[in-house]
Design a protein around this ligand. Structure first.
Ligand SMILES: Cc1cc2c(cc1C)N(C[C@H](O)[C@H](O)[C@H](O)COP(=O)(O)O)c1[nH]c(=O)[nH]c(=O)c1N2
Length: 251
């Protein structure tokens, strides 16, 4: 690489501190249900994390998302009742010991968090033909999920917890939030300051499910395609990177 090309390359890369901060945010993000504090969220912080969501990538630059900020205790109580109904049904879908374990999990912070946020997707936001969505109609929904993840990470960087609650009948959300037919409730989120962030996913801590080894999820050239002799060094690097990440470090 020439000196100019190397200089240009380093301009495009974050400083070591910023890069580490980004990975720390990604690795330290948690789904929060039980650690919310009742303290209000600063308007500036809420505005910044919504801007982060709005800067997500979207198919054909469709920006299909809308953000409904729910602070009203009455509205949150309605959503909590819808969660309770769905959660009772959900518990019956697991067998024996698993059902017991499920019932012991705290799976929402609807009334504990000071702000709830519904992120929706308007499937008609950009007319009937959208660049990039001509052959995969669901791309608008995936775009909205990108906005959710941006918000989740920005919130973590601001020290705010976010919990995603999906144990709710979408029809109930539609009624409570007055959603038009063309608008899909993609994510119902609880947001707030927290007492602490857990080091590991709560479902892992509680023995519900473990993080899968990354190397089992990476294939070569086709689904489940094994790596060749030349890929061994890379696979070892992945193993090391994941082990470091489990300790909250960068390899
Ligand atoms: C689309 C979707 C939907 C839900 C979730 C996540 C996502 C991505 N998660 C959170 C989920 O359990 C959590 O992300 C994983 O357990 C991993 O933990 P961390 O997010 O890394 O803390 C979640 N958690 C919960 O307690 N109740 C819920 O209804 C849901 N729903």
């Amino acid at each position: 690489m020439t000196e100019t090309a190397a200089a240009r390359q380093s301009e495009m890369t974050l400083s070591d501190q910023d890069r580490r901060g980004l990975y720390r945010t990604i690795l330290g993000r948690r789904d929060v249900r039980g650690q919310f504090l009742p303290d209000a969220i600063d308007d500036g912080v809420l505005a910044r994390i919504l801007v982060a969501a709005h800067h997500a990538p979207s198919v054909g630059f469709m920006q299909p998302w809308s953000f409904i900020i729910i602070r009203s205790p009455e509205q949150r109580a309605r959503v909590k009742a819808a969660f309770d109904r769905a959660n009772t049904e959900a518990a019956l879908m697991f067998d024996g010991e698993r059902a017991e374990k499920y019932r012991a999990l705290k799976l929402e912070g609807i009334l504990d968090a000071p702000v709830n946020l519904c992120i929706t997707c308007d499937r008609d936001r950009a007319g009937p033909v959208v660049l990039g969505r001509t052959h995969m109609a669901e791309m608008d929904l995936y775009s909205t999920v990108c906005a959710v993840e941006n918000l989740w990470l920005a919130a973590r960087a601001e020290g705010l917890g976010v919990g995603w609650v999906s144990i709710i009948e979408p029809a109930a959300l539609r009624t409570i939030l007055d959603l038009p037919e063309r608008v899909v409730p993609v994510a119902y989120l609880c947001l707030g300051k927290v007492s602490h962030f857990l080091a590991q996913p709560e479902l892992e801590n509680k023995g519900w499910r473990k993080r899968l080894p990354l190397e089992e999820l990476v294939a070569f050239d086709r689904f489940n395609g094994p790596g060749g002799a030349g890929d061994e060094a890379f696979i070892e690097r992945m193993r090391q990177a994941q082990q470091a990440a489990e300790k909250g470090e960068l390899a």
